[in-house]
Every structure is written in C-alpha cells, then in structure tokens.
Design a protein around this ligand. Structure first.
Ligand code: NAD
Ligand code: UGA
Length: 462
C-alpha cells in the first residue's frame, strides 16, 4: 500500500513539526495537519508559528502551500487521507479514577470517534501521542463499533522521541524510528507502508519494528529512563554540595564509562517539560494497575527526587539571604523548561517562582522567548493569586532591568545568552552583597567571584 495522503489530528508541539518534516522530505505525499483550535491553525499558516524551534520556520516554509496544509476542517482531512496520525494531547488525568497519575485519554477517544464517523474504505491509524500500553485496543474497539460505512482500519504505534529545542535536528537525523503493528499480514502491510514513508530520509536500519505493545510501552520507558538519570545526578548534586565534590566533574568521570555514557547527566533545578513527569506517573499508574507496587514505588521516586530538587533550591536561596526573602527583589533569568524553546509546561521555574513569592519575595523575570501572558497563566495555574502576581511579579524584556536593585539573581534556564552577560554591569546594578544562585551551572563562576558576587552553583561544594 503506497501512502499518498496523510492527515494529522493535533497541530501542537509534535503534530506541527513532525508533519512539516514528513512533508518536506516526501514531496509526493500530501500532508494535512488539522486542529479545532483556529488560533493555532492560523498561526501555523502565518509567519509567527505557534512553536519556536530552531530551523522549523525554514522546514515549514519549504513545504507549506505545496504539499503541507494546516486546517480546521478535520472531517475533510480525515476523509481524504490514507494514513492518519493521532497527535493529540494526553495530559495527566486531573479527576476521578487515577487522578494525578493516569493519562487522560479523552482527546484520543474523541479523535478515534471522529475518524470512525468520517472514514470510508481502508485507513491506517497511527498513534503518535504518548499513551499507556494497550491503548491501541481501545482505539480499535471504538473504530470497529462506530463505523457505519464498513470502513476497515489498522492501528499502528509510532511514538515520537523528538526533544523540544532540537526538534528539527532530532527529526532530520533520528536515533531511531519505532513502529509497532499487529502481528498479522494486514498489520505488517500497514507497518511496511509507514516504514516506506520514513525510509524517504531515515536509513532502514534505524527503523525498528515491533509488536504494538512493545512500541507503546517503549515510549514511556524511554522517558522514564532519561528522567531517572537526571534525578540520579540531581540526588548526587546535593551530596556534592555537602561534601565539596563538583557534580560536573562527577558526571564527566562516570559518563566516560561507555556503559554509562555522557548524556543526560547535567544537574539542574529539576527537569521540566510536558512529558517526563506525566509519562513517569503514567508508568507508575500502569504498574499499580497490574499490582506491581514495588515497581510503581521505584519509578515514583524519580518524580519525588525532582520535586525535592526544586524545593531545595528555593530553601537554599532563602537560607542564604539571611533566612528571609520577604520584600527582597530576586531576578530570575529563564522561565522556559529548557533553552531554545518558548515552552514552559512543568518548567521548574514555575514552582520556584511560586515558592519564592510564597515567601513574600518580589520576583523579576526575564526570559528571551516566553511571553508575559504565558508566565501569568502558569503562575495562576499553580495557585499564585492574581493580586500577588500583580504586586510581587514583574516581567521584563531586558536582563539588566531584571537585576537592577536585586538582592539576588537566579538562573533557572540554561539559555546561552546568560553566559555572556555583562556581569560587571550587573554587579553594579545589584544590592550588596550581590548573590548569584546558578541553578544550571552555566555562569562563569570564577569571573563572578572576582567581581565580588557571592555565588552558589547547583552541585558544587563551596
Ligand atoms: P499539544 O497540547 O501541544 O497539542 C495537542 C493538540 O491536539 C492541541 O492543539 C489540541 O487542540 C489538539 N486536539 C485535541 N483533540 C483533537 C481532535 N480530536 N482533533 C484534532 N485536534 C485535536 O500537545 P503536544 O505537546 O503536541 O503532545 C502531543 C502528544 O505527543 C502527547 O501525547 C505528548 O505526550 C506526545 N509527545 C510530546 C512531545 C513534546 O516534545 N511536546 C514529544 C514526544 C511526544
Ligand atoms: C524529552 C525527551 O528527551 C524526548 O526524547 C521525548 O520525546 C520528549 O521528552 C517527550 O516525550 O515529550 P524534552 O522534554 O523536550 O524531551 O526535553 P529534554 O531535553 O529531555 O529535557 C527535559 C528536561 O530535563 C528539561 O527541563 C531539561 O532542562 C532537563 N535536563 C535534561 C536536565 O536537567 N539535565 C540533563 O542532563 C538533561
């Protein structure tokens, strides 16, 4: 089966960029990305894309209007497609059974229902959203029960491994593409059809094919292993601070062992992003559902360690500033969950700012990409009252303004531009003693010390 027309439900962080890459690499395939969110679709059709990713604008512009289209006409796009990617959100459930842990699958279900309603003939449905293992069974059941035209479906799993900030490079040259399918002739035919789409630019040996459940589960496990490394090194960062060891030196020493490897060993204020915590909690819930309490507790501890790292950083600031930050100005550099993205979902900065203002601090935030409205929304969502946001939180478009009159400066995102700030100027602008809390270990500590700053660096003994 040769794929000529692809549709994607969900024009978010994953749907938009992944489909743009497929369209750019496969000029013979028509790719239509749809979403009910008109504003998002309008943004994809404009020069101001809704997602900031280095290199993404060029990829979108190379195919948009040729074989890449963004629309809210979901039904027409489904009807015209041979293959439909489901790329809708799967947030942590906030209500009912499994609240706070299980994945909320309502968008997946609504996508399956509309596909069933509109489809005719044969369609391949591809789960690209991150979902609990066995979700394909639910999708198959909804499709089978709701099609009135006798349409037939094959469901595949094709999880996405791109990381934000490096999405274009990750998609252009992926470590692997994972595709799971039913172990039947029809399942294998569908699987091969999707393999042939990726084979337009990904070497065949990098395309791993498995059964459906292995593919679904591997996505959760990949994120859990990555997050576990960060929690592991962050637990060691506390020990380094207590003993005089240097966490970056420890990371380098252990990462040189080829069995451990050097990546994902950078200590921080805690991992953020829309997926790590959500996917680990999802894994925890799955383990609990299968009565595997010890396995659930093991993975749960990765999140517990991450929460501790965030609150520990705030405690360090409060204790160092003579046990009170009440009325003090704290400059926060960076609000995105990592550099090179405007995404703030689950950013450690949200929790750190919330806890600082809970101590009556006055926080002035600078981030090169995150809009004011996003910061306000994020703080409201974690329970910071509007009047506190109005009086105790300032957002500025200039890092020096943020530092002006500040008692302390805290780096929460590893934006490259923070490394090269004029620290002599910042020292002049700040109250003395001028404290720096480097939550990403990116600033030139020796220079800062020479200028007279009091410095604390995550994972570095004093
Ligand atoms: P997102 O919230 O940015 O986008 C999801 C979009 O789906 C929204 O715009 C929403 O309006 C739309 N939608 C919901 N129901 C729909 C329907 N029935 N039809 C059409 N559109 C619909 O989410 P995201 O960050 O793109 O994540 C999507 C999935 O991909 C999640 O399961 C996530 O875990 C996974 N994932 C995300 C990343 C990442 O870096 N963000 C990476 C890998 C995997
Ligand atoms: C992560 C995975 O890396 C992707 O493979 C996956 O597809 C994606 O989740 C997903 O499923 O959504 P992402 O969250 O975009 O990607 O970004 P990461 O680079 O993994 O960073 C996550 C968080 O960990 C960030 O807050 C980052 O600052 C932090 N981090 C990362 C560290 O604190 N230390 C490190 O060594 C690496």
């Amino acid at each position: 089966m040769k794929i000529q027309s692809i549709c994607c439900l969900g024009a978010g962080y994953v749907g938009g960029p992944t489909m743009a890459m497929i369209a750019a690499k496969c000029p013979g395939i028509t790719v239509t990305v749809c979403d009910m969110n008109q504003q998002r679709i309008d943004a994809w059709n404009s020069d101001e894309l809704p997602v900031y990713e280095p290199g993404l604008q060029e990829v979108v512009e190379s195919a948009r209007g040729r074989n890449l289209h963004f629309t809210t006409d979901i039904r027409a796009a489904i009807a015209a497609a041979d293959l439909i990617f489901v790329c809708v959100g799967t947030p942590t459930k906030s209500y009912g059974i499994g609240a706070g842990r299980a994945a909320d699958l309502r968008y997946i279900e609504s996508a399956a229902r509309i596909i069933a309603e509109v489809s005719e003939g044969h369609k391949i449905i591809v789960e690209k959203s991150t979902i609990p293992v066995k979700t394909a069974t639910a999708i198959q059941a909804i499709l089978a029960a709701n099609s009135s035209t006798g349409a037939t479906f094959q469901v595949l799993s094709n999880p996405e491994f791109l990381a934000e900030g490096t999405a274009v490079a990750d998609m252009e040259n992926p470590d692997r593409i994972l595709i799971g399918g039913e172990q039947t002739p029809d399942g294998q035919a569908a699987l091969e059809a999707l393999v042939s789409v990726y084979a337009n630019w990904v070497p065949r040996e990098k395309i791993i094919t498995t059964n459906l459940w292995s593919s679904e589960l591997s996505k959760l496990v990949a994120n859990a292993f990555l997050a576990q490394r960060i929690s592991s090194i962050n637990s060691i960062s506390a020990l380094c601070e207590a003993t005089g060891a240097d966490v970056d030196e420890v990371s380098r020493a252990i990462g040189a062992d080829s069995r451990i490897g050097p990546k994902f060993l950078k200590s921080s204020v805690g991992f953020g992003g829309s997926c790590f915590q959500k996917d680990i909690l999802n894994l925890v819930y799955l383990c609990e559902s299968f009565n595997l309490a010890e396995a659930a507790a093991y993975w749960r501890s990765v999140v517990t360690m991450n929460d501790w790292q965030k609150s520990r950083f705030v405690e360090k600031i409060v204790r160092t500033l003579f046990n009170t930050v009440s009325g003090k100005r704290i400059a926060v550099l960076g609000f995105a969950f990592k550099k090179d993205t405007n995404d703030t979902r689950e950013s450690a900065a949200i929790h750190i700012v919330r806890n600082l203002v809970a101590e009556n601090a006055h926080v002035i935030i600078y981030d090169p990409r995150v809009p004011v409205e996003t910061i306000h929304r994020d703080l409201l969502e974690v329970g910071v009252p509007q009047d506190i946001i109005d009086f105790n939180v300032e957002i500025t478009s200039d890092p020096y303004t943020a530092c002006s009159g500040a008692h302390a400066l805290a780096t929460l995102t590893e934006w490259d531009e923070f490394r090269n700030l004029d620290f002599a100027r910042i020292h002049d602008l700040m109250l003395k003693p001028a404290f720096v809390f480097d939550g990403r270990a990116i600033l030139p500590t020796a220079t800062l010390k020479a200028l007279g700053f009091e410095t604390f660096v995550i994972g570095k003994g004093q």
